[in-house]
Design a protein around this ligand. Structure first.
Ligand SMILES: [Zn+2]
Length: 220
């Protein structure tokens, strides 16, 4: 999906249309799959989470995202703490993350379509692609690098034990965690892997976007 937006392999309009179709329809097939495995796979590492009974039943982690509340799993208390920390960070900066990603996608795709038709003068499709990389890169970098770290420090639960208790879902919605974005996509490969992608792609896109901007300005 991101390749469709950054490379536009089929030309601007078809690529944007294909990318948006994927964006709109993935909940239809990705979410049921993720929910089906939610109780068996660790949301953090994607490994098997042995959701047993009794004492080990505490591996469940209730999270409310824009598409509803889901009871995910963590394979260990360590991974549960990381998940809670990341979710707390994302929830605290939810508006920024939403504006950063959805705003960038909207603005740069509209700009790409207009530039493709020559409506934006000296602003070319390549500039819109660079804008996309810069905006998304700037948004996901802090989430990738700071999310799991800063999340732990603030909030009501500052101890790992307190964090581990959050979202156990004893009263379901009352102490459920929340996420600004649907979690079924990160659930496919595990949140930890997604954060690593954010860290690496964020750095690469930021560099590429900045390089493009410098090159354009110096060329005039
Ligand atoms: Zn795990």
């Amino acid at each position: 999906m991101l390749l469709l937006f950054t490379r536009m392999p089929f030309g601007v309009l078809p690529s944007v249309a294909a990318g948006l179709t994927l964006m709109m329809t993935h909940p239809l097939y990705a979410r049921p799959w993720a929910l089906h495995h939610a109780s068996r796979r660790c949301l953090w590492c994607g490994g098997p989470a042995t959701a047993g009974t009794g004492a080990s039943a505490g591996t469940a982690l209730a999270v409310t995202d824009p598409r509803g509340t889901v009871s995910w799993s963590a394979c260990s208390d360590e991974h549960r703490v990381s998940l809670v920390a990341m979710l707390q960070f994302a929830a605290r900066h939810g508006t920024l993350l939403r504006v950063g990603i959805l705003g960038t996608v909207t603005v740069s795709l509209i700009a790409a379509i207009l530039a493709d038709r020559g409506r934006l003068g000296p602003f070319y499709v390549s500039d819109a692609k660079a804008l996309f990389k810069l905006g998304v890169g700037l948004t996901v970098l802090p989430l990738g690098w700071l999310g799991p770290r800063l999340g732990e420090r603030n909030g009501a639960a500052s101890t790992p034990a307190g964090l581990a208790d959050l979202g156990r879902g004893r009263t379901e919605s009352a102490d459920a965690l929340s996420a600004p974005f649907p979690l079924h996509l990160p659930a496919l490969i595990g949140v930890n892997a997604v954060l690593w992608l954010f860290r690496l792609i964020g750095l690469i896109w930021l560099a590429q976007g900045a390089f493009h901007a410098v090159e354009r300005v110096s060329r005039g």
